[in-house]
Design a protein around this ligand. Structure first.
Ligand code: FES
Length: 146
C-alpha cells in the first residue's frame, strides 16, 4: 500500500515542528518496537491547548502522524486532546500501511505524556485523569499486528 497524499504532505511539510519555551507540559515517549522517539510541548490556557509543538526522531509515518495530531489538538480542550486516538489520527491522514500503524501510537502517547506533565506541574496526580502510561500495545487501536 502506498502512502496517501495527506501522509506525504504532512511528512514533507510537518506542522508545528519545534519546541515551546516555558511549555506548560512536555512529554517524551519512545516506540518500543523501533526505538524512535517523540517529544511534545504544550501550552495550556484555561484548560485549552493554546499551542503545541513536537520533535520526532523517527520515521516518516511518525512525523506525519505527529504533525496531524498536533493540528487536531490545537485549540481543543485537554479532555478532547486526551480522547484523540491513533486511529482517529490515521483516519485524518486517509490511512497508513499496516506495518506503519504502530508509528501512529507515538503521537497519541506523547499527547498523554505532555498532559500528564502539565498536571504534575500543577500539583495534580495525572493518573486518575490520563490513565496509566505504558509503552506496550495497549493503546494501539486497530493495530492488526499480533
Ligand atoms: Fe519507528 Fe515508525 S518505524 S515510529
Amino acid at each position: 500500500m502506498a502512502y496517501s497524499e495527506k501522509v506525504m504532505d504532512h511528512f514533507a511539510n510537518p506542522r508545528n515542528v519545534g519546541e515551546i519555551e516555558n511549555a506548560d507540559g512536555i512529554g517524551e515517549v519512545g516506540n518500543s518496537k523501533c526505538g524512535d522517539i517523540m517529544k511534545m510541548y504544550i501550552k495550556v490556557d484555561n484548560n485549552i491547548i493554546s499551542d503545541v509543538k513536537f520533535k520526532t526522531f523517527g520515521c516518516g509515518a511518525a512525523i506525519a502522524t505527529s504533525s496531524m495530531a498536533t493540528e487536531l489538538i490545537k485549540g481543543k480542550t485537554i479532555d478532547d486532546a486526551l480522547k484523540l486516538t491513533n486511529k482517529a489520527v490515521m483516519e485524518a491522514l486517509d490511512g497508513l500501511p499496516p506495518v506503519k500503524v504502530h508509528c501512529s501510537v507515538l503521537a497519541e502517547q506523547a499527547i498523554k505524556a505532555a498532559v500528564s506533565d502539565y498536571y504534575r506541574n500543577q500539583g495534580i496526580d495525572p493518573e486518575p485523569i490520563v490513565g496509566k502510561q505504558s509503552d506496550d500495545c495497549a493503546h494501539c487501536h486497530d493495530c492488526g499486528e499480533e
